[in-house]
Design a protein around this ligand. Structure first.
Ligand code: FES
Length: 88
């Protein structure tokens, strides 16, 4: 469809998945991964996206400019970037 976007997702086992994700359903990346069953059930989105478990942690390597984050998500991302620096 015209609203779909192409996303390449590398899962936790290092397997690459090229998918076309819809943009007309207001899905976040966690929901896309779950919808395409790219992670084992119960291993991603454990808290349903409430910013409590970090099971939806991902790294975006695209150079595409993203819209600014809301404050809560921004704080969560800042923590994740800090973790990435610490743990590589
Ligand atoms: S699903 Fe729990 S923080 Fe994202």
């Amino acid at each position: 469809m015209e609203q779909d976007i192409n996303i390449t997702i590398t899962d936790r086992e290092g397997v690459t998945h090229k998918i076309q994700a819809p943009t007309d359903m207001a899905m976040n990346l966690m929901e896309v991964v779950r919808a395409f069953e790219l992670a084992e059930e119960g291993t991603i989105g454990v808290c349903g996206g409430m910013a409590m478990c970090a099971s939806c942690q991902c790294y975006v390597t695209s150079s595409t400019k993203l819209p600014k984050c809301k404050t809560m998500k921004k704080r969560c991302f800042q923590r994740l970037f800090m973790l990435k620096r610490i743990h590589g």
